[in-house]
Design a protein around this ligand. Structure first.
Ligand code: MG
Length: 274
């Protein structure tokens, strides 16, 4: 009996030790190239002989629900649900956002009031945002319903009515402005609602303020992949090269292009990526 008891303790210790190892293994993916072939360290060593040896139960996966059909995941931070503009301020003077709040749960750029941004700041995020351009089209090129979604206030995903409206491809709808043209043009007809789903990882800077890792962006436009994990080369200015100022967390910024764009936004939320 006593022997069984000791064996039980040893077995328990073995399980604890095994679980600890599993947690370490799935928290980091180390790779090494040997003889020109990638070797994944967590899949090296003695080949498992039992299915249980490659089945992990920790860490648990959070249950957040669907993001389809207008649903919002449980862990999302809602930035605009149509009820107020309380979470938004003007970039220029930090006053309350003066864009139009519409009865249908959307907001529309109030011409020449300036860009607005969230009061909250974020690092890496998954962003969902919907936008529409006026059904009644006006002007041409970059002056037809131009706005923009800026991550960390610096990196613009272009918003533009590109339907039968050509412009430079690295400035068309869903481009990373003046850096990456979109892989496809997926707009709905003018006046209908578009959706952007954006995965953004911020760049990293060292103590001297130099960039040591580029930011990245993946963009789905109405469910179509249009930016595939692109490298952000820096900021997205109208004139000049991308710049790389050091920064920490930043706001989500929406652009007033200053030419009566009448672009509207609705249903804006982010999930912070840890
Ligand atoms: Mg723009």
């Amino acid at each position: 009996m006593e022997r069984l008891y000791i064996l039980g303790i040893l077995f328990s210790l073995g399980i604890v030790s095994c679980q600890h190892k599993v947690k370490e293994e799935i928290s980091e993916t180390d790779t090494e190239v040997k003889d020109g072939v990638i070797v994944y360290e967590e899949y090296s060593g003695t080949e498992p002989t039992k299915p249980e040896e490659t089945e992990f139960y920790e860490p648990k996966v959070p249950v957040v629900g669907s993001a389809m059909n207008g649903n919002i995941p449980a862990d999302a931070i809602v930035l605009f649900d149509g009820s107020s503009l309380d979470g938004w301020i003007h970039v220029q003077d930090s006053t309350a956002a003066k864009w139009h709040l519409n009865k249908d749960g959307s907001m529309t750029v109030a011409d020449k009031t300036g860009n607005i941004k969230t009061k909250q700041v974020f690092g890496d995020v998954q962003l969902h945002i919907e936008w529409s351009s006026p059904a009644e089209v006006q002007r041409e090129g970059q002056n037809r319903a131009n706005s923009g979604v800026f991550l960390d206030e610096l990196y613009e995903v272009q918003v533009l009515d590109n339907n039968n409206n050509d412009t430079y491809v690295n400035g068309q709808v869903a481009s990373i402005y003046k850096q990456h043209r979109p892989l496809a043009m997926a707009s709905v007809p003018s006046g209908e609602w578009n959706a952007y789903d954006i995965i953004y990882h911020a760049p990293e800077f060292n103590a001297d303020g130099n960039k040591i890792k580029s930011g990245t962006m993946t963009v789905l436009h109405n469910g179509v992949l249009v930016q595939d994990h692109i490298e952000l080369k820096g900021t997205t200015p109208y004139i000049g090269w991308p710049k790389n100022p050091a920064h920490g967390k930043g706001a989500l910024l929406l652009q007033d292009h200053g030419d009566n764009s009448r672009v509207s936004y609705r249903n804006i939320w982010v999930r912070e990526l840890k």
